[in-house]
Design a protein around this ligand. Sequence first.
Ligand code: NOJ
Length: 598
Amino acid sequence: MNNQTDAGVRSPATEAPAWWKTAVVYQIYPRSFADSDGDGIGDLPGITSRLDYLVQLGVDVIWLSPVYRSPQDDMGYDISDYQDIDSTYGTLDDFDALLAAVHQRGMRLIMDLVVNHTSDEHPWFVESRSSRDNPKRDWYWWRPARSGMRAGDPGAEPTNWGSAFSGSVWELDETSGEYYLHLFSRKQPDLNWENPEVRQAVYAMMRWWLDRGVDGFRMDVINFISKDPALPDGHTRRGGRYGDGRDHYLCGPRIHEFLREMHDEVFAQRTGELLTVGEMPGVTVAEAVLFTDPVRAEVDMVFQFEHVSLDEGAIKWDLQPFQLLDLKGSFGRWQAGLAEVGWNSLYWNNHDQPRVVSRFGNDGSHRVLAATMLATVLHLHRGTPYIYQGEELGMTNAPFDSIDDFRDIESVNHYAEALASGRSPDEILRGLRAKSRDNARTPMQWDDTPQAGFTTGTPWIAVNPNHTEINAAAAVSDQDSTFHYYRRLIELRHTEPAVAHGDFTMHAAHDENVYAFVRRANDVQLLVLGNFSDEVSRVRIPDAAQWQTAEVLISNYVAAAESDELAGAEDEIVLRPWEALVYRRPDNPLTASSPGGP
Ligand code: NOJ
């Protein structure tokens, strides 16, 4: 967010572009970043000790996954005190020291805001569950058994919705005989945003963090906070045990009202340069335009999920082959949809997604090329890029052997549920190896020592054995590494206006191997090419011959192509396996090459 007018609403036409359009965000998952005290779990002093690495990379903003007090049922996304730090991560003093050190280095820090739900150990919920007439009863979603059924009977849950972490979304509280709603684990009861006291309590907490100096928030599943109060049953897939409740809680009836109210109550009167990004599973382009239209003053940008759902079937564990055409179709629609109004966020990875080089690239013979090509394509789109820790090293998925190697509640619960339904362990593990969130959560690989420089103790989840080859120490000292390539991409966003502000035109939309697009701003055009394959690929591009005489802005091959085999026809450009190439030329090359010409 930028400074606001008195009414709390910007007038976008008359103001300079928002600062976050030229920014790159780096996500830290504190549990797995750097452990300073040898207990095997990352912590705040560990992060502070590594800030200069991020300065060298050149990022502008750090997003910190939750460090609040928490029973860690969902690794901190179950918060029992919003205004304290979990002792495994440190203290509020450690937090203040980290924040000061981040600011001293000219970076900003945004917090994870998890307010769709709390922990069941949060005092609000403890009070709420204490009796049916407690004043906080209505702060959560309590409902009696389905009409005509007895609480606890099979099928007596108030709705048929299934939870994101397996099982029903309803948990029976034996004491009061009512059920409470939890879209995630049973230790993550959903807050009732219909209750104005809940909203005011959340806004007060947000103001407390901003007053402490944080620079904004990444808002966890924020498009789930408005639910249809009737809580109707969801439709059930054939053979499925639970219904899909998303129609009734995803971008629900009051979502825009709530976000606008949050803006007015928390951000409108602030003068700092803040950033708000809403995580929004299932959000459509049309909704995203509304959420990110600056005039509406809701959030600056959203995380959408379309591109990370392209390789799944009915559920995330059903593996489907990745098709480049689908990716281009999806990103192309988002670029076009938010071209005039609103803004995209761009990401391949976060703490919930498998590693992109293993997922859409090649993590074997062509790992560095694939990682840098993927980075180029993403970072050259219009939007704000997010880098997830280790992505800048080309970190890969982990070689999980058995279910005992997994820690994530979603993965562990899915395994138990799928096993109970008769699926074989091998089949279930195949899905987990490809998609488990633990792929993202193995420790950051700092060096080639036994625990990758992450901890001197025993890490809470095993380090990836490939840290002997893939690690920050090696990458920083090698100018041709993925790390330095990311550094150059970040620099380009800061220095080349067409990267941050240019418009976007897709090319070769039907080419199955090559991703190609043009960015254009004022007097400059960039042609971005990425070969998503192990093969040499030829792509037809208008003006191909002219483009190939243009300046190469960045490329992931160190040496230029030599072999005759790479010679293309007049109208095509030939790319080596996983090659990324960005050409730059004046918008009208004819005028530029012959001053005084037509
Ligand atoms: C989305 C977060 O990114 C994920 O890690 C978490 O499990 C759920 N929201 C619930 O908070």
